[in-house]
Design a protein. Structure first.
Length: 217
């Protein structure tokens, strides 16, 4: 897609993963090689909450909707990128989101990093329950962040539940490094179409509205 910017992290074995947990790390296994088999084949072992991914309600709610319950993808939508760099707050609070220009916005993406993480930051700024509740007053499709999680140190995961029970899907692990200064972007999102799961990798592309994105070019 000419002139579209990728907002999804590349998958590599050395990528940053949530809490630096070994079980979150992707692994690429060579299953066939030229010497033994005359060809090269690989298998990707990828936890579904690693890299840029979308959370469905089943992730936070027992009996919640899963990937099979949504027909959103492939999808084109307008996202408001909120640039909090170079000094992001310790948390994304109600006071911060109440000033956002929400008219004709389908998604809100929070940019807290100038460059993608090389390793997990345990003090990352999460979206508070109160901020999530305010965002739920709008007909959003997504709330996303460039961190490896959207909330931190909230027992019971209220931000996840608040958004997901309103069918506002959560996107974690975005790469927003090329969207400095924020603003509105036309985005396209595609998933792998995995059935019956609580999360899956998502490919997201963006372009500025004045570059023709509003026409879906």
């Amino acid at each position: 897609m000419l002139n579209w910017i990728s907002l999804s992290l590349p998958i590599r074995e050395t990528m940053a993963v949530y809490k630096n947990l070994a079980e979150k790390r992707p692994r690429i296994e060579t299953t066939r090689n030229f010497r033994q088999h005359g060809m090269h084949e690989s298998t990707l072992h990828l936890p579904l909450h690693t890299g840029t991914h979308v959370d469905y309600p089943l992730h936070a709610m027992d009996g919640g909707k899963c990937s099979s319950d949504y027909q959103r993808f492939p999808l084109e939508f307008t996202a408001l990128v909120v640039d909090l760099c170079p000094e992001p707050p310790s948390a994304i609070t109600l006071d911060l989101v109440q000033t956002l220009p929400m008219k004709s916005v389908d998604a809100v993406f929070f940019r807290t990093l100038e460059q993608p993480l090389k390793e997990f930051d345990p003090l990352f700024p999460g979206v508070t329950d109160e901020a999530a509740a305010w965002l739920c007053e709008y007909p959003l499709l997504f709330v996303g962040i460039d961190q490896l999680g959207i909330e931190r140190a909230q027992p019971g995961h209220p931000t996840h539940i608040r958004l997901l029970e309103k069918d506002i899907l959560i996107i974690e692990g975005l790469d927003l490094s090329h969207l400095a200064d924020g603003g509105r972007y036309r985005c396209r999102a595609l998933t792998l179409g995995i059935e019956g799961v609580e999360a899956e990798p998502v490919l997201i592309y963006a372009r500025t509205l004045d570059a023709g994105g509003s026409q879906g070019a």
